[in-house]
Write a protein that binds this ligand. Structure first.
Ligand SMILES: NC(=O)NC1=NC(=O)NC1=O
Length: 174
């Protein structure tokens, strides 16, 4: 996708395209629209990361709370966003047996009880064994360290979603 096409988008078109690069946080794209014209995709990503970085701890935790649990209620009830469903499916979350689902539920609940926000990991870069291992490992972190760790995962998810948007646009043009 040519950056001049992105820069020519209306506000509504821009948020419609980029509004879910951070799960259920369209405010981020709505905010960075003010920085157009963008030099390139990396510039868009840099503004998104800058917005997240500038948030107070409560704002970062708010972003984390917008993420659905892995193998959680939203997946079981079919209410995941398209992006999230694809990501969770890729990590093997949609083919867990009932014991594995229960195990994830217990780990997610323990994590949420400790930190006050859900466990977030870039599902596309991990399989189900990695996810369980990371969940157990990261439970040992203190809150501040874990908040930053989880936000790093949000940034990875965002980066992959941004690239997906550009790639899928190129494919439609081929
Ligand atoms: N709690 C989560 O980590 N959720 C997710 N990670 C992803 O990569 N997609 C999700 O829905």
């Amino acid at each position: 996708m040519d950056i001049s096409v992105v820069n020519a988008l209306t506000y509504e078109e821009f948020v419609n395209l980029f509004g879910n690069v951070v799960e259920k946080c369209p405010i981020i794209s709505a905010a960075i629209w003010s920085h157009r014209p963008f030099k390139d995709l990396a510039d868009i990503e840099a503004h998104i990361m800058g917005f997240i970085h500038s948030l107070p701890d409560s704002g970062k935790e708010g972003i984390l709370r917008c993420h659905p649990d892995l193998a959680g209620r939203d997946l079981q009830s079919g209410t995941l966003t398209r992006e999230s469903r694809e990501e969770q499916s890729q990590a093997g979350m949609t083919t867990l047996d009932s014991a594995e689902i229960q195990h994830m539920y217990r780990l997610n609940s323990k994590y949420k009880e400790r930190f006050g926000f859900p466990f977030v990991i870039c599902a596309r870069l991990n399989n189900k064994a990695d996810i369980v291992r990371q969940l157990n490992e990261r439970l040992k972190n203190d809150r501040a360290a874990e908040r930053e760790r989880a936000i790093e995962e949000v940034k990875k998810i965002c980066s992959l979603r941004l690239n997906n948007i550009v790639l899928s646009d190129i494919q439609t043009k081929l």
